[in-house]
Design a protein around this ligand. Structure first.
Ligand code: NAD
Length: 492
């Protein structure tokens, strides 16, 4: 049965769906980057809020800025903007809900004026983002905004016809100011340390170059809460669609699949109101930093650590890696010995329990989380999730051989990507640079660790790390992942 408003009432008894008047929803939230994660996280919390309160102010309008968002817009439109959320966990059968919190979608390349009007509309009170870690265009080491990015060059030259997220936000905020409307909260839901502060810095850097007076108005009137977001959301595959069809009888062109686990910890800093998300499990706190640090250094760093080594070992899914005792042991030791000493104590959290839960979540066989997804965009993930911890451990004089192995795994994954029998493609905005650094084996270590855009200036000058990296690379190449891991603890 095709999913749309007319077929909702025919859904099976166990499938929940919107029970609030969707047609009356106003769009208090406009979301840029409607990928899997937004549909499994913010939209789900908002759905539960709408169902609980019957509120009409906080519907979501999705926005896609990039050509690859066209398909999402079409699919959602064909289904009255409804989609199925399938949670895959321990239970034998998936749990299915239909989500309706997103009730419109605008595709910017086809209709930029409509997007600008939506962002500037009086109803719009929060603009949220999941535009990936690299989407903020900030240098990981200097923190500087990348004014050389072609979209930014374009938007500075033609502010009335923007392409980038910052160009759109700036133009819309200028309109709001001119119309005497309040600013909106810019709510980043991307995985980056201090995501609100980063969103603020990126936007204000851009706007200051364009219109310093507007930048001051934004600084005084908008707000940028930091948040920690968590729910593993793999890429939807045709097998997921088939499972949904067989299990729930729903024909959905783009369902979203995720684990049952769901978490959102956020600063309560909203300049123009917000849904009472605390009623549906969002935790508001004065300082989100310890939670985001814990999550990024344990969960996201482990994901990056397992992805390249797992790929080299021949695995393609997270649960396959976790079924390999050597690799899962490595991940747990990395969390215990390399990361935990940098975390301190976190109120209300048992780190031991948190790590146990992570190991269980990584091992979830039903979710089928693709290592390919975890390997993507290493050039922006590794600096955010791993290098900060590595630098602290180097300063503390601690052993860094496990970090070296993770980096060597990434380098070998890049090196082997160009081999004739490679069955994967490197997906990374800096792929060309990475591949050229890793193409030749001779001199690879210094070329790779010398990529200052990624590693900064210091790591290549750290003899302990460089020699551990070279040794790990040599072992991975000559012995493979399993034997390298077996010999690893003797390296310490
Ligand atoms: P996705 O590929 O399904 O969606 C990414 C969306 O971001 C797309 O709409 C894409 O067009 C848009 N986008 C990418 N770069 C952009 C840019 N420069 N400007 C504007 N839009 C841009 O990915 P996803 O799984 O939804 O993940 C998105 C982000 O959410 C991640 O990068 C991460 O920061 C965060 N996140 C994801 C997960 C997860 O498990 N998938 C978990 C926690 C947090």
């Amino acid at each position: 049965m095709k999913l749309n408003t007319a077929t909702l009432a025919q859904l099976g008894a166990t499938i929940t769906y919107p029970t609030y008047p969707r047609h009356a929803l106003r769009h208090g939230i406009v979301h840029i980057g409607v990928g899997g994660f937004h549909r499994a996280h913010e939209a789900v919390y908002t759905e539960h809020f709408l169902r609980l309160t019957q509120d009409q102010e906080w519907g979501i309008c999705g926005i896609g800025l990039r050509e690859n968002d066209r398909a999402m817009g079409q699919v959602l439109q064909n289904q009255d903007y409804l989609y199925s959320l399938m949670e895959l966990g321990q239970a034998e059968h998936p749990s299915v809900q239909v989500i309706g919190a997103i009730s419109d979608f605008l595709f910017a390349p086809d209709n930029p004026a409509a997007v600008l009007e939506k962002l500037a509309a009086p109803d719009t009170r929060i603009v949220s983002l999941t535009i990936t870690e690299g989407g903020y265009m900030l240098d990981d080491h200097s923190g500087e905004f990348d004014f050389s990015h072609p979209d930014i060059v374009h938007d500075l030259a033609q502010p009335e016809a923007p392409r980038s997220v910052f160009g759109y936000l700036s133009a819309a905020l200028a309109t709001r100011r001119a119309r005497n409307l309040p600013a909106f909260t810019l709510m980043s839901c991307d995985n980056l340390p201090h995501n609100g502060d980063k969103a603020r810095h990126a936007l204000l850097s851009f706007v200051t170059r364009q219109n310093p007076e507007l930048a001051r108005w934004i600084a005084d009137n908008a707000s940028f809460p930091n948040s920690m977001v968590d729910r593993i959301t793999p890429i939807t595959t045709s097998a997921h669609k088939e499972l949904l069809r067989n299990h729930a009888g729903i024909d959905d062109a783009w369902p979203v699949v995720c684990e049952p686990f769901l978490q959102w910890v956020m600063e309560d800093d909203f300049c123009n109101g917000r849904p009472a998300w605390e009623k549906v499990g969002v935790q508001f706190t004065a300082d989100v930093a310890p939670y985001e640090r814990m999550k990024m250094r344990l969960l996201n760093a482990s994901h990056s650590a397992m992805s390249y080594l797992g790929y080299l070992a021949g695995y393609r899914y997270s649960h396959e890696v976790m079924q390999d005792g050597r690799l899962s042991g490595f991940i747990r030791t990395f969390m215990d010995q390399d990361v935990t000493p940098t975390l301190g104590t976190i109120e209300g959290i048992s780190l031991e329990q948190y790590k146990d839960t992570l190991i269980e979540r990584f091992a979830n066989p039903r979710i089928g989380d693709q290592l390919a997804r975890l390997c993507m965009d290493g050039s922006s993930k590794i600096p955010k999730f791993i290098l900060g911890t590595l630098e602290e451990r180097l300063e503390a004089g601690a052993p860094v051989h496990r970090f070296a192995l993770v980096l060597a795994g990434w380098a070998l994954y890049l090196h082997e990507a160009e081999a004739p029998n490679a069955d994967y493609k490197v997906e990374d905005p800096l792929a060309e640079l990475l591949l050229s650094a890793c193409a030749q084996r001779d001199g690879l270590s210094m070329r790779f660790l010398g990529l200052e855009d990624i590693f900064g200036p210091d790591l290549q000058a750290c003899p302990g790390l460089v020699s551990a990296f070279e040794s790990a690379l040599h072992h991975l190449e000559t012995q493979g992942v399993a034997l390298t891991l077996a010999g690893l603890d003797q390296v310490a």
